[in-house]
Design a protein around this ligand. Structure first.
Ligand SMILES: O=P(O)(O)OP(=O)(O)OP(=O)(O)OC[C@H]1O[C@@H](n2cnc3c(O)ncnc32)[C@H](O)[C@@H]1O
Ligand SMILES: [Mg+2]
Length: 172
């Protein structure tokens, strides 16, 4: 079985490889068709679903996976959010979201003005390519949870729902 992940970001590709151990995994530069920096749960989930759908529609893979990072508001506070989608060849769609963490208040204006969290994080942490390494979640948890680990959890939620459906013929 071939699994296509709609990104070449190593944190996303490695997370899928770690969960779909018995399958072939390849990365595809899929379009999210939402803004580079999604600003709500709705938009972030949409990006994940679009990427997963494109993986199925443009390759011969058996499973398409989309993982998308974004931010969302709770009251006047901004949280990092991440969504995943798994689409089968029969176009069944499974979705799940990942752990959230509060972002500094000072990020709000920049994000709402169109800046990408990845760039903001590089300046903030004085590091390069935070998005491809520990991620914002790694920085703000003092390296307790990396971006890859957070995505592993999301991919397990997707894999588990798909597995349940196969074994039981019903599910979500
Ligand atoms: O190549 P792709 O798959 O697009 O990988 P990406 O790092 O750009 O990741 P997303 O498009 O899913 O994320 C949307 C934006 O949010 C940023 N982002 C999301 N989570 C992040 C994190 O944990 N650390 C740093 N940046 C993050 C990311 O860099 C983008 O600017
Ligand atoms: Mg991106």
């Amino acid at each position: 079985m071939e699994v296509i992940i709609g990104s070449k970001n190593p944190t996303k590709v490695q997370a899928v490889e770690e969960v779909f151990v018995k399958h072939g995994v390849s990365g595809l530069d899929a379009l999210s068709k939402v803004s580079a920096q999604p600003l709500s749960d709705f938009e972030t989930r949409e990006g994940a679903m679009n990427r997963a759908m494109q993986c199925i529609e443009t390759t011969s893979g058996d499973i398409g996976i989309g993982l998308e990072g974004g931010v969302m508001q709770v009251g006047d506070q901004l949280y990092l959010c991440n969504w995943g989608a798994l689409v089968t060849r029969e176009k069944e769609v499974f979705t799940a979201s990942g752990a959230r963490i509060l972002l500094p208040k000072e990020f709000t204006n920049q994000l709402q003005g169109g800046a990408e969290l990845g760039d903001i994080m590089d300046t903030y942490a004085k590091r390069k390519d935070v998005r491809k390494n520990e991620g914002a979640i790694g920085i703000f948890t003092n390296d307790q949870i990396s971006r890859k680990e957070m995505f592993v959890h999301v991919v397990k939620l997707l894999h588990g729902q798909w597995d349940y459906k196969i074994k039981n013929g019903s599910g979500i």
